[in-house]
Design a protein around this ligand. Structure first.
Ligand code: GLY
Length: 322
């Protein structure tokens, strides 16, 4: 090292006398521009729409709502919105929630006949003093707010449901197919503000009346604008039991990277949920600096990341490798 460089290095080190300065050095370099992260491969289309909304001057809340609307509106997606897989009695019942940068949130559960539950959840947040509406009350509220009643069970999904019902006693649910049931999206705008959304038709062949993690704030989704945001997919009961998304955010608050936080909570669930090898649970997480993470129990979980102007699908790392 030449003497001038050594002098500069030593002076830089000399000025790092406090722990605060060292901590500042360890901080990740913030990612510039918007970051949009969502679960599974359909997340790529959702991210593309979400980004477009931001580019057209929409808020980060608009972005996470309109982004996942794309998948809710797709009749060929069996796990969200119209075309979603029915419960054991043949009813399509939807769960969703949304949360913004001001800690405001809205949620609907066990909602039938409305294909965009996440938009109804937003109306609950914005137009009522409540957080959550369920069942018939949620449906009546949606109709009052101008949503259209629709048949959500498509012919294709009905045929798949009949086949599945016939083999129910003999075949276990197919991991990452029947258990991949949710689109969760977390996003950060150029100003660093965060929002998130989560929407699902829930676990295939669930009992009529069953509500999963996706509409439960803190389980399927959590946003804290000071820290970060996280969303979950997979077997909702295991996520609820461990307050999954809230815990991921809490770990980030205490210094974990989004990746470390997702891994720690997946490990915690695996330690506490007896039958963990037969379920899928996955998390995505985003922090204030725009760093992201994803981790799942089973191999096969994928996520979509829109960052630095690129929108790419990625395989997630997992606890079980085969
Ligand atoms: N993760 C969605 C559900 O369990 O319903």
């Amino acid at each position: 090292m030449n003497s001038r460089r050594r002098f500069l290095t030593l002076s830089a080190l000399g000025s790092l006398t406090s722990l605060g300065s060292l901590k500042a050095l360890a901080q990740p370099k913030p990612v510039k521009g918007p970051v949009i992260l969502s679960t599974w491969n359909p997340g790529i289309r959702a991210n593309a729409r979400a980004y477009e909304v931001l580019q057209n001057g929409g808020s980060v809340l608009d972005c996470v709502e309109k982004g996942v609307n794309v998948i809710e509106n797709d009749p060929n997606n069996r796990t969200v919105g119209i075309g979603g897989f029915p419960d054991v009695e043949g009813n399509v019942t939807l769960d969703a929630c949304i949360m913004d940068q001001h800690q405001h949130c809205g949620s609907v559960a066990f909602l039938q006949h409305i294909k965009n539950p996440v938009s109804v959840a937003r109306k609950v947040m914005e137009n009522t003093k409540h957080v959550m509406l369920v069942g018939e009350g949620a449906l009546n509220f949606a109709l009052e707010q101008g949503f259209k009643k629709e048949m959500l069970l498509t012919e294709k999904t009905l045929a798949a449901w009949k086949k599945r019902k016939a083999e129910l006693d003999t075949k276990l649910p197919e991991i990452n197919v029947e258990n991949h049931d949710t689109i969760g999206m977390v996003a950060r705008d150029t100003d660093g503000n965060l929002s998130g959304s989560c929407t699902t038709s829930g676990a295939g062949m669930k009992l009529h009346g069953r509500v999963g993690d996706s509409p439960i704030i803190g389980a399927g989704l959590y946003v804290d604008n000071d820290v970060g945001a996280a969303a979950a997919t997979g077997w909702g009961e295991a996520v609820i039991e461990n307050a999954g998304s809230a815990m991921v955010v809490e770990l980030m608050r205490h210094g974990r990277s989004p990746q470390e936080a997702c891994e720690e909570i997946v490990n915690r669930i695996a330690n506490k949920f007896e039958d963990w090898k037969s379920i899928q649970v996955g998390f995505i997480a985003l922090n204030k600096a725009g760093q992201t993470g994803a981790f799942a129990i089973q191999k096969g979980f994928t996520y979509a990341l829109h960052k630095n102007g690129e929108n790419v699908g990625h395989p997630s790392d997992s606890l079980l490798k085969t």
